[in-house]
Design a protein around this ligand. Sequence first.
Ligand code: FES
Ligand SMILES: [Fe+2]
Length: 332
Amino acid sequence: MVETLPSSLYGGDDQFERERIGVFARSWLYVAHATQLSSPGSYVAAECNGYPILLARGRDGELRGFHNVCPHRAGPLAYDGTGTATVFTCRYHGWVFEGDGTLRGARDLGEPGAPEECRLRDLRIGEWRGLVFANLDGDAPELAEGLGGFADEASGFDLEAMVPAGEWQHDIACNWKTYAENYLEGYHIPLVHRELARTIDVSRYEVVAREDWCLHRAPAHDGTVIDGKWLWRWPNLALNLYRDSMNLEQFIPLGPARTRVAYRYFSLDGALDEEVSRISKVLLMEDAAICEAVQRNLNAGVYVRGVLSAKHEQGVASFQRMIRDSTGADGE
Ligand code: FES
Ligand SMILES: [Fe+2]
């Protein structure tokens, strides 16, 4: 049987930092939707897993990514959120940067000649079907290549036609891996999600687990095929796809013991389907309660390692393998 990761990896600053560098600084991270960056001058500033990111569409129409960190003394070029700007004025001492990241002027520096080599640090970005990602790793494969089979599974859905319909977030008192692993198996559904278990045929719940992506599918009890797919992509993005809507879910580590689950709803007509929203909130609250209970037990010091079901937990096994490979950690 495959053994789980040890409980010691589900807390503590050392492992958290190993994952910030080994996982999140080397992966494509979702940052924004293309509709937020459609007009020249529009920008999105966001912190992604502890990394401050600025996406900006220049007056020339080109979309660029920068670290949202001023080269002078690390001030922010923009506060988190969306806006419009053709130049970026650092919020700390007022150095001004062009839309392409070059320095226009260093305010009242008191010495001749602005340090022209000071420019915003570029960040790799990629766009896939309306979703904009960034990657801190200059050597990472291109986004399209990195998404691989995940992108293929989404091919039957009209993602480009979907527009933002709402968002919601909830913070959970658990490590991000505790929540991610819970997302990666349907084994817990009969016990944790009673309403869902009445709707879907749990005995035919299917998980297709690949190296860095995973697919869940389940037929309804009445024999109809539920017209949706639940996809997960390493490290922390889930995309729940339906015929006329989708729900993008990110598991964002806020610290070793705190995870934000952020939902962004999209639909063809821009309207939020109240039933989709209600169900996702019910499921999340059920998952949050069990994940917090599991986390308390992981912290208690009585459980060190467990084993994984070959039938139901292949997704968890792949995820844990990726954690081991990315961080080199498997200590007790
Ligand atoms: S930190 Fe940006 S101008 Fe000083
Ligand atoms: Fe669940």
